[in-house]
Design a protein around this ligand. Structure first.
Ligand code: ADP
Length: 376
C-alpha cells in the first residue's frame, strides 16, 4: 500500500474530522472533507470541498474523488451512500448509520441483542407523559449534545416536553457516566480503550471534563468494556465507535448510546495512549492493523467552551500561563466565531496520579477562558 495513492473522504469538517485528518496526514494519506461552512476546522489540514453532507448530489460528486468514505458526524444523508456501497469502501456502513440516526431503533437493536438499556417505550401523544413522571423524553432523530433530550421530573416540567417523534425511558438514579472507545474491523478484531468517567456541564448538557482511568471497581471496568464491545458487535459495526454508558446507584450498567465516529470522550487518547482514537479511526477505515490502546498516564480532558456573554471572533485568555503547567496540551479547533458553550477546543492534562491531574486541571480551568470580540 502507498498511502499517498489513497484519498480518504470525510463527511463533515468539524473538529473530529480535523483531528482524524491530522492523524491521516501523519501517515501519508490524502484527506478531503465535505462541509458547507467555509473555514470549517478541518479545512486547515485537509482539502475542503464546500457542500452539504445532507445533499445527495454533493455526496455523490464528493465520493467520486475519494477511495474511502468515513464520517465526522452521523447526521448525514443515507440514501446516496446506499447507492455507492458496492463501489466504495464506506466505514461505518450506511446500515449502521441508519440504526444510529434513529435513537429508538438503536435502543431496540441493543435490547434485541439482550444488552442492558434503560426501559423505554414509544409515545404517540404528549398527554401520555403525565402518568409516566419522572421520565426522560428523547427525540427519535437529531439529538446531539443534550439537544433532543429532556428530563421531566414533575407536572411543571411538562411544558418542556418535546413536540416531535419521541420515546420515553426510565429516569435512572445515576452514579456515574462512563465512556469506552471501541474499534472493530471487518475481520472482527477489536481494540478497546480504558474506561473514562465523564462529568457533564450542569447547563449545556455538554461534557465538562472527564478523567481516565475511571474511579470504578475492577468488575465494573471489565463489564463496561465488555458491554461496549458487545454493543458494537450487536450493530455488526465496523469502524471506530464511542460508547456511552450509565452506572446507576445500585451498581448496574446500561448502554446509553453509540456514536459511529471518534468521540469527545476519546480526545484524551491523543496524548495519553499508544494509539490515539483518530489514528485508530484512520487504521480501521484503511484496513490497517488496529493499534495498541494502552493508557500511558492518568489523565483528564476538559472542553474549552465559549464563555457566557460573548460572541464574535474568539479571544483566548490565559494560554501562556496554562501552557506553563507541565503535562498540559492545548487543542484549539480554529472556529471563526465563539458563542456561549460552543466547543472551541479542549485541554488534556497528564500526571503521575489522578490527584496531581485534578490539581493541574483546576488551575488550567481557572486560567483559561474563551471570550469574544462582541459582548452579548
Ligand atoms: P445526547 O445524545 O443529546 O447527548 P443523552 O441520551 O446522552 O443525549 O442524554 C443527555 C444527558 O441526559 C445524559 O448525559 C444524562 O446525564 C441524562 N440522561 C439521559 N438519559 C437518562 C436516563 N435514562 N436517566 C437519567 N439521566 C439520563
Amino acid at each position: 500500500m502507498n498511502p499517498g495513492d489513497i484519498t480518504i473522504g470525510i463527511l463533515g469538517g468539524g473538529q473530529l474530522a480535523k483531528m482524524s485528518a491530522q492523524a491521516g496526514r501523519k501517515m501519508g494519506f490524502n484527506i478531503k472533507v465535505l462541509d458547507p461552512t467555509p473555514n470549517c476546522p478541518a479545512s486547515a489540514v485537509a482539502e475542503h470541498i464546500i457542500g452539504s453532507y445532507r445533499d445527495s448530489d454533493s455526496i455523490i460528486s464528493f465520493a467520486s474523488c475519494c477511495d474511502i468514505i468515513t464520517f465526522d458526524l452521523e447526521h448525514v444523508e443515507i440514501f446516496p451512500l446506499k447507492t455507492l456501497e458496492d463501489k466504495k469502501r464506506i466505514i461505518p456502513s450506511p446500515k449502521v448509520l441508519e440504526i444510529i440516526q434513529n435513537k429508538l431503533l438503536q435502543r431496540k437493536t441493543l435490547k434485541n441483542a439482550r444488552l442492558p438499556v434503560p426501559e423505554f417505550r414509544e409515545i404517540t401523544h404528549k398527554e401520555e407523559l403525565t402518568e409516566l413522571l419522572p421520565v426522560v423524553q428523547k427525540s427519535v432523530r437529531g439529538g446531539y449534545d443534550g439537544r433532543g433530550t429532556v428530563i421531566l421530573r414533575n407536572p411543571e416540567d411538562l411544558s418542556k416536553a418535546l413536540d416531535e417523534p419521541s420515546f420515553v425511558e426510565e429516569f435512572l438514579d445515576l452514579e456515574k457516566e462512563l465512556g469506552v472507545i471501541v474499534a472493530r474491523n471487518e475481520k472482527g478484531d477489536i481494540a478497546v480503550y480504558e474506561v473514562v468517567e465523564m462529568v457533564f456541564h450542569p447547563e449545556g448538557n455538554l461534557l465538562d471534563y472527564l478523567f481516565c482511568p475511571a474511579s470504578i471497581s475492577e468488575d465494573v471496568r471489565k463489564e463496561a468494556k465488555e458491554l461496549a464491545i458487545e454493543a458494537v458487535r450487536a450493530l455488526d459495526g465496523v469502524g471506530l465507535f464511542g460508547v456511552e454508558l450509565f452506572l446507576d446507584k445500585k451498581g448496574k450498567l446500561y448502554i446509553n448510546e453509540i456514536a459511529p465516529r471518534p468521540h469527545n470522550s476519546g480526545h484524551y487518547t491523543i496524548e495519553a495512549c499508544y494509539t490515539s482514537q483518530f489514528e485508530q479511526h484512520i487504521r480501521v477505515v484503511t484496513g490497517l492493523p488496529l493499534g495498541a490502546t494502552t493508557l500511558m498516564k492518568p489523565c483528564a480532558m476538559f472542553n474549552l467552551l465559549g464563555e457566557e456573554g460573548y460572541t464574535g471572533k474568539p479571544i483566548y485568555e490565559g494560554l501562556e500561563r496554562v501552557l506553563a503547567i507541565p503535562g498540559v496540551s492545548l487543542h484549539i479547533y480554529g472556529k471563526a466565531k465563539t458563542f456561549p458553550l460552543r466547543k472551541m477546543g479542549h485541554v488534556t492534562i497528564l500526571g503521575d496520579t489522578l490527584e496531581e491531574v485534578f490539581q493541574k486541571m483546576a488551575e488550567a480551568k481557572r486560567l483559561l477562558k474563551v471570550k469574544g470580540e462582541i459582548k452579548l
